[in-house]
Design a protein around this ligand. Structure first.
Ligand SMILES: [Zn+2]
Length: 153
């Protein structure tokens, strides 16, 4: 029963930190955790889940109460934020563009993504481990490729 795990029912925790690195992660819809886990979904609980984007932290998702963590080995995708220097990692999970491709041909990649969005073909909320659109990351990578070191994330 998906209704058992609904964001309407869960209590939101303010600034709930990743229990592995102690930094506040981003709140995500439980739907993306369901979509990404390569585990029986019985492990999910009726709690808020968060995403830890720190490349130096192995935890990808954690429960806001800090009692449960998931690493990449629990997931069906490798996570861009955990490999920000790996040319082979996907940046755009809907249209399958890698970091290397985006660094080399960012304008084309961004145009293809925008066309896909326009055509109603994107599904970032269930495809991208961060649970939201990749375009911010793509734009930052385009700037990185242009040599603006301040945007490396
Ligand atoms: Zn972490």
């Amino acid at each position: 029963m998906s209704a058992l795990i609904s964001n309407l029912e869960i209590r939101h925790e303010a600034n709930a930190a990743c229990p592995t690195n102690g930094k506040a992660g981003r709140r995500v819809d439980t739907q993306i955790v369901k979509a990404m886990l390569d585990l029986p979904l019985n492990v999910l609980r009726n709690v808020e889940y968060r995403f830890c984007p720190d490349p130096d932290c192995p935890t990808v998702y954690y429960s806001a109460d800090g009692s449960q963590t998931f690493t990449e080995t629990d997931l069906r995708e490798r996570v861009y934020q955990k490999h920000p220097q790996d040319a082979g990692v996907f940046v755009c999970y809907c249209f399958r563009h890698t970091l290397g491709e985006t660094l080399a041909e960012g304008q084309r990649v961004a145009a293809e993504i925008n066309l896909g969005i326009k055509n109603g073909q994107c599904a970032c909320d269930i495809r991208n481990p961060q649970g939201s659109c990749c375009l911010g990351n793509v734009n930052a990578i385009v700037k990185r490729a242009l040599g603006d070191a301040s945007v490396i994330q």
